[in-house]
Write a protein that binds this ligand. Structure first.
Ligand SMILES: [Cu+2]
Length: 185
């Protein structure tokens, strides 16, 4: 009995310590789990705040900006258009941009589209506005198409020309392979 009790005694005094240890471990686990949960939820909330509403704000903010953006005015130019394949001057077919004389409004954005029906390349060069659009060779049935967009920022009359050697007469004559861009206020 006495030996039994002496064996039991340390075990009974040890058991609450073990229980206390287990409770502490359990509490620690619960605490760590709670902290992890709080962190995850917090990060999730922050993530939602950052991605959700800001993305929606970007969409609503960009929508009116696109709608209020000025629309470009399309200007079509043709080089040696069919059926003539140029412009007839005194019975001779001359190389020509049609139209060769243009008028634009300052501050308006223009989308210039050039159709080249000629079998030779040309350019539409306007140094005042840093434009040098090269138009590759095309054909009467399948013209090459060249695009550029620009907004004239100053008024006046500006010389444009074809910088590639082509029809000598046209290169020297305004309205054919050279001409003017008039920009009005
Ligand atoms: Cu030319």
């Amino acid at each position: 009995m006495s030996s039994e009790s002496s064996v039991l005694r340390p075990s009974t005094s040890e058991q609450p310590r073990r229980v206390r240890g287990l409770v502490t471990l359990l509490l620690a686990t619960v605490y760590v789990a709670a902290v992890l949960f709080a962190l995850t939820a917090g990060v999730g909330w922050v993530w939602h705040r950052v991605t959700g509403p800001s993305a929606a704000t970007t969409v609503t903010a960009s929508a009116p900006a696109v709608a209020s953006a000025p629309k470009a005015v399309t200007v079509k130019l043709s080089i040696n258009p069919p059926p003539v394949g140029g412009v007839k001057v005194n019975g001779v077919v001359q190389d020509a941009f049609v139209p060769g004389l243009l008028t634009m409004t300052k501050g308006t954005t223009y989308d210039v589209v050039i159709y080249n029906y000629d079998a030779h390349a040309h350019t539409w060069t306007l140094p005042n506005f840093n434009i040098n659009a090269s138009t590759p060779a095309g054909s009467a049935s399948s013209p090459s198409v060249t695009h550029f967009t620009f907004t004239p920022k100053s008024t006046g009359t500006f010389q444009w020309f074809c910088a590639l050697p082509c029809d000598k007469w046209s290169m020297a004559t305004n309205g054919y392979m050279r001409g003017f861009l008039k920009v009005t206020a």
